[in-house]
Ligand binder design. Structure first.
Ligand SMILES: Cc1ncc(COP(=O)(O)O)c(CN[C@@H](CS)C(=O)O)c1O
Length: 399
């Protein structure tokens, strides 16, 4: 049996999405900007995809949805263009974000700091969530943008976006949320929650890789990151990736049409897996279940190096991660676990398991059995998890 439990890294493309995309590779392949029928033939499908994204986010027609190559591009676009529009020529010079954002936010902020922009990296609490009062206390009259992720890719913990959005609106500060791990997993209603910009990525909700989008409220001015053509109303240049746009539209429709029922099914499987693993001694999960995306577990297993556990799981045909895929190559401690106060040893024991609507009950059963055996094996050879075993005479010995 093969079990894929790394859906926060990327997901399988839903076969129904592949079916929707197929005609636009070799049949309706014209450049949508061409005036001939080969180009205009794809226009209805592009319009439908845009409508599917608007509907999924409950966005207003006054807002813009601009397709990008990925959420990393969307995040870079907002941060770099806010500096172009509000910092270089204006009185503002400050960005507020958190310590636990995705690298596409943190690295871009560090790049902007090299250009003189002031960035505040807010701490998170022991649940990995930023406190509303903390956000409020660091906004000044020089703050150009607040950028805070809707849900953590590492822990699944959900930030108080509605409250933060209300504060930003009240203070007249632009608000961006990286919603990559929220869209398609939990309800995102942009009539109910105030954001000026929102990033999303199709390959997180069973769409194709290489396509994302940026939501822009009320057509807010935002200098393009990519120049060179009138695509997407002059917002983002580059020939439209028609198959992937169609795929993103179909994927977001499938992911959100019954989102509450789907989330409940995934959560039941996640909770069963989590309960079983927590039966093991010296284990803990980051964050409470009520304020977490339904598919994610970041679990610490004392005495078991994350990489060693991944290797054992992989040998058992189970795919998981120690945290975000972007950071998988390095053997650093999990930054989120460090941010919530875990010591360095503990921060090396994190395992991220992320389910999807395609995860089956038998896969959960198989994972539970393998996980428990793996922990026993790895702790038996772990120097940091010394066991105290009684000897025949009753004396106790370290081993
Ligand atoms: C919150 C968040 N923000 C941005 C990205 C980047 O999305 P792209 O469309 O791939 O550019 C991701 C992707 N996180 C994957 C790969 S690093 C993970 O393993 O956690 C994300 O989770």
């Amino acid at each position: 049996m093969q079990v894929y439990l790394d859906n926060n890294a990327t997901t399988m493309v839903d076969p129904l999405v592949v079916e929707a995309m197929t005609p636009f590779f070799s049949e309706l392949y014209g450049n949508p900007n061409s005036l001939h029928k080969f180009g205009t033939a794809s226009h209805p499908a592009i319009s439908k995809a845009i409508d599917q994204v608007y509907t999924a986010l409950n966005a207003s027609d006054a807002d813009d949805i601009v397709f990008t190559s990925c959420a990393t591009e969307s995040n870079n676009w907002v941060l770099q263009s806010i500096v172009t529009d509000l910092v270089r020529h204006g009185e503002k010079n400050h960005i507020v974000t958190t310590e636990v954002e995705h690298p596409s936010i943190l690295s871009t902020c560090r790049f902007l700091e090299e250009q003189g922009v002031k960035v505040t990296y807010l701490p998170v609490n022991d649940q990995g969530v930023v406190e509303v009062s903390t956000v409020k206390s660091f906004i000044t009259d020089k703050t150009a943008l607040v950028s805070i992720m809707w849900a953590s890719n590492e822990t699944g913990m959900i930030n108080p976006i509605k409250e933060i959005g209300a504060i930003c609106k009240e203070k007249g500060v632009l608000f961006h949320s990286d919603a990559v791990q929220a869209v398609g997993k939990i309800p995102v209603d942009l009539e109910d929650v105030h954001v000026d910009f929102l990033s999303m990525s199709a390959h997180k909700f069973h769409g194709p890789k290489g396509i994302g989008a940026l939501y822009i409220k009320n057509s807010q001015k935002l200098t393009p990151l990519l120049h060179g053509g009138e695509h997407m109303g002059g917002r983002r240049s580059g020939t439209l990736n028609v198959p992937s746009i169609v795929g993103m539209g179909k994927a977001i429709e499938l992911a959100t049409v019954n989102i509450k029922e789907t989330a409940a099914k995934i959560r039941a499987q996640r909770d069963r897996l989590e309960d079983a693993i927590l039966e093991l001694s010296d284990t803990f999960v980051v964050g409470d279940r009520e304020n977490r995306t339904p598919n994610t577990i970041l679990i610490s297993i004392k005495g078991v190096e994350g990489e060693g556990m991944l290797w054992d799981l992989n040998n058992g045909q189970i795919g998981a991660s120690t945290g975000s895929a972007c950071a998988s190559e390095d053997l650093e401690a999990n930054t989120v676990m460090l941010a919530i106060g875990a010591d360095n040893e503990l921060a090396h024991t994190g395992i991220r398991l992320s389910l999807s609507r395609f995860t089956t009950d038998s896969e959960i059963d198989y994972t539970i059995a393998h996980f428990k055996n793996a922990v026993g094996r790895l702790r038996a050879i772990s120097s940091s998890f010394a066991k105290v075993q009684p000897t025949p005479g009753g004396e106790v010995q370290e081993c």
